[in-house]
Design a protein around this ligand. Structure first.
Ligand SMILES: C[S@@+](CC[C@H](N)C(=O)[O-])C[C@H]1O[C@@H](n2cnc3c(N)ncnc32)[C@H](O)[C@@H]1O
Length: 327
């Protein structure tokens, strides 16, 4: 279906389901039409987050390890996450999709077969993801505590995990805890630049959360359809916050991946007249750095415009940046 054919009776219902977090015991996908409507709108917006994550993985040179040829999209919904991942990693040969909604599984399978005809795809409801790349997207807040434990058990069997969630304080901090839960058995390859404990879980850091902003494709800003969608849905298209994890199982007995020495910028800078303040995370922990407008005007502008790089290394005098290095 086309974006121009949006049905607001469907989208309003889905939106209020997501906002109120009332998912219902039988789920909220009432028909394939619901999934089609979601796929081109809310789902596509989730796709932009995946695009940002997959671009970051490409930048750090990550791809599924040799021998990992199966992707499992758990809680697939309309299948947007799995489709993005398959497009990014041509080494994947097989796809499996699972969801508590049979309608979602069917819709996602049809999409996979249409968009990736060369990939062997099937429905999946297993509890063992051994040897596979497990993809999880926007499902955590729909799970009760027991289901969360089951999902973590499943993730613990995978060869690698790509996990994207909204960039809310609560869910991002949950993902930080998940990260530390897995860091003995897995290398955390992104967003973290180090394998130590999550610096944002340290005492005193409770008000911060590990989140980032995905840029929508430029054409979105000149699309009257998207602009109408944004107004009607009450969404700011410039601000697409997300949190994520890329985990790769560490071979038995292997040392953790080495720290890469960079700092990952978290969230958006706080801007005042004389400086920007950025939060970044690296091997030394989480640092709050002042970027003075007078000494570093270009960097001040970059942060003011929300165009921050993902990774950098501040050279500091105390907590004030004097210069910067980039990968
Ligand atoms: C917000 S949608 C996200 C769909 C898709 N992953 C995406 O990113 O667009 C959450 C999906 O999780 C599914 N879900 C909820 N609880 C589940 C469970 N216990 N097991 C499997 N899927 C579940 C829902 O049916 C729904 O399709």
């Amino acid at each position: 279906m086309n974006f121009a054919d949006l049905d607001w009776r469907v989208l309003d219902r889905l939106r209020s389901t997501f906002l109120q977090e009332k998912f219902g015991s039988t789920g909220y996908w009432q028909s394939p039409r619901d999934l089609a409507q979601y796929h081109v709108s809310f789902g596509e917006r989730i796709g932009w987050k995946w695009d940002a994550v997959l671009e970051e993985l490409r930048d750090i040179g990550w791809a599924p390890p040799a021998g990992v040829e199966t992707m499992i999209d758990w809680g697939c919904g309309s299948g947007v996450a799995g489709q993005r991942v398959l497009k990014a990693f041509p080494s994947l040969r097989r796809a499996a999709v699972g969801d508590s909604s049979p309608a979602a599984v069917e819709f996602a399978l049809q999409g996979l077969r249409r968009e990736h005809p060369g990939i062997e795809s099937k429905a999946w409801s297993g509890t063992d993801a051994s040897g596979g790349l497990l993809v999880i997207s926007h499902v955590w807040n729909e799970l009760d505590p027991e289901q969360r434990v089951q999902l973590l058990q499943l993730a613990g069997t995978a060869a690698a995990v790509l996990w994207v969630e909204p960039g809310t304080h609560e869910t991002s901090r949950d993902l930080q805890t998940v990260r530390d839960h897995f860091r003995e058995a897995f290398d955390v390859l992104a967003p973290c630049t180090h394998q130590g404990p999550c610096g944002l879980l340290a005492a005193g850091m409770e008000r911060h959360w590990c989140h980032h902003f995905a840029p929508p494709p430029p054409e979105v800003f000149v699309s009257s359809d998207w602009s109408r969608f944004a107004v009607r849905a009450g969404i700011d298209l410039r601000s697409v916050p997300y949190s994520f994890l890329c985990l790769q199982r560490r071979p038995a007995g292997a040392a953790p991946a080495s720290d890469d020495g960079w700092e990952r910028i978290l969230g958006r800078a706080r801007i005042s007249k004389p400086y920007a303040r950025t939060l970044s995370c690296g091997v030394c922990g989480v640092c709050d750095t002042e970027v003075p407008k007078r000494q570093l005007p270009d960097w001040f502008k970059t942060f003011k415009n929300g165009e921050e790089p993902r990774r950098l290394r501040w050279i500091r005098d105390g907590d004030r940046a004097t210069s910067v290095e980039q990968p």
